[in-house]
Design a protein around this ligand. Structure first.
Ligand code: NDP
Ligand code: OXD
Length: 310
C-alpha cells in the first residue's frame, strides 16, 4: 500500500482526504504530525514543512507542493537531493491569478480607491480615467501565472510587456529577457506586476534600485512572494511620491505584524494571499497521478527544476 503524508498547518485535511479516497481508495493518507513509521512514507504533500523533517523520511519518492510556489520546500538545506519535487499548475489557480491581476490593474487605472474614499467622505469629484493605450503594464515572470495574466491584461487594451529568463511569444505581449533587458523593461512600466517564483536570483528583486527605475507615478502589484519585495524600499518610494501605490498579496511575514506600516498606509492595498487558490477536487488528480508515476518510475508532471529553483 502506498502512503501519502499530508503536511500543512493551514489546509483542512478532511476535503483532501475525501478527494484522495475518491480517486484512489488504496492510497493510505496520514496527517502530519501523526506520521506513523517514517519508513512507510512514499510521498508527501507539503506546505511549509518543518525544516529538516523531509530528510527523516528514508523511502520518500515524491514531494509535492500544495501550490504553485515551491520555495517553502526548496529552502530546506537538508532536502534529500534525489527526491523529485513537483508543484501545482491548474486552471482554477491560473484563472484566479488572471482575475486578480486584471482587477488590480483596473482598480488603479480607474482610480477606484480614490473614488471609494471620496464617497466615504461625502465628496462628489470628477476623476477622469487614465488613457488605456498610454498605460503600459509590465509583468515579471511569464510562467503559468504570469503568461495568462499578461495576455488577459493585453486583451483589455493595455500595452503589455513581459520579463522572463527566456524569450516568449505571447499575443499582445512584448518580450524582455534577463538582466540585460530588465532596466529597459522597468523604465517603460506604468503598472508593474510581479509573478516571479522566489529563488536566490529573485529574492529582493523589488527594491529601491529596480522600483526607482519605474516612471514617476507607477503602481506596483506583488502577488509573487513577500521575499521579492524589500518592504522598506517600497515604503520610501511611496512616501517620496515616486510610486503612486501598491497592491500586495504576499508579505515577508503573513499576516504582517499588527504595527506594520502597510496596514494603515493610504497608498497600500493589502489582500490576504488570496490572489489565486486551488481546491482539493481540482488539484488531487494531478497529485494522485504523480504518486502513481513516482511509484512506477514514469516521468512526473509539473516537475520542479531544483537547480533553477522553479
Ligand atoms: P512558473 O515557474 O510557471 O513561471 C516562473 C516565471 O518566472 C517563468 O516565466 C520564468 O522564466 C520567470 N523567471 C524565473 N526566474 C527568473 C529570473 N531570475 N529572471 C527572469 N525571469 C525569471 O511559475 P508560476 O507562473 O506557476 O508561478 C509564479 C509564482 O506565483 C509562484 O512561484 C508563486 O510564488 C506565485 N503564486 C502566488 C499565488 C498567490 O495566491 N499569491 C498563487 C500561485 C502562485 P522562464 O519561463 O524563461 O523560465
Ligand atoms: C501559491 C499558491 O503558491 O497558492 O501561493 O499556489
Amino acid at each position: 500500500m502506498t502512503t501519502l503524508l499530508f503536511i500543512s498547518r493551514v489546509h483542512d485535511p478532511a476535503p483532501w482526504v475525501a478527494a484522495f479516497r475518491r480517486l484512489d481508495p488504496e492510497l493510505r493518507v496520514r496527517i502530519w504530525p501523526d506520521t506513523g513509521p517514517v519508513e512507510a512514507v512514499d510521498a508527501v504533500l507539503a506546505w511549509t514543512p518543518p525544516p529538516g523533517f523531509l530528510a527523516s523520511l528514508p523511502n520518500l519518492r515524491l514531494i509535492s507542493s500544495f501550490g504553485a510556489g515551491i520555495e517553502h520546500v526548496l529552502g530546506d538545506a537538508t532536502l534529500p537531493p534525489s527526491v523529485p519535487v513537483t508543484r501545482i499548475v491548474e486552471e482554477r489557480l491560473t484563472r484566479g491569478m488572471s482575475e486578480y491581476v486584471a482587477l488590480h490593474v483596473l482598480r488603479h487605472h480607474r482610480k477606484l480607491g480614490l473614488i471609494e474614499a471620496n464617497q466615504r467622505a461625502g465628496i462628489w469629484k470628477w476623476l477622469p480615467p487614465a488613457d488605456t493605450p498610454r498605460t503600459t503594464v509590465g509583468v515579471m515572470g511569464l510562467g503559468a501565472m504570469g503568461a495568462a495574466a499578461a495576455v488577459q491584461v493585453a486583451q483589455l487594451g493595455f500595452p503589455v510587456l513581459g520579463w522572463s529568463a527566456t524569450p516568449k511569444a505571447l499575443p499582445g505581449v512584448e518580450s524582455f529577457v534577463g538582466e540585460d533587458q530588465r532596466d529597459e523593461f522597468l523604465r517603460l512600466c506604468n503598472i508593474l506586476v510581479c509573478l516571479l517564483p522566489l529563488t536566490p536570483a529573485t529574492r529582493g528583486i523589488l527594491n529601491r534600485s529596480t522600483l526607482g527605475r519605474l516612471p514617476e507615478g507607477a503602481y506596483v502589484i506583488n502577488a509573487g512572494r513577500g521575499g521579492h519585495l524589500v518592504e522598506a524600499d517600497l515604503l520610501a518610494l511611496l512616501d517620496s511620491g515616486h510610486l503612486a501605490g501598491a497592491t500586495l498579496d504576499v508579505f515577508a511575514q503573513e499576516p504582517p505584524p499588527p504595527d506594520h506600516p502597510f496596514w494603515r498606509h493610504p497608498k497600500v492595498l493589502m489582500t490576504p494571499h488570496n490572489a489565486a487558490d486551488s481546491l482539493p477536487q481540482t488539484v488531487a488528480p494531478q497529485i494522485v497521478d504523480n504518486i502513481r508515476r513516482a511509484m512506477s518510475g514514469q516521468p512526473l508532471i509539473n516537475l520542479v527544476d531544483r537547480t533553477r529553483g522553479y
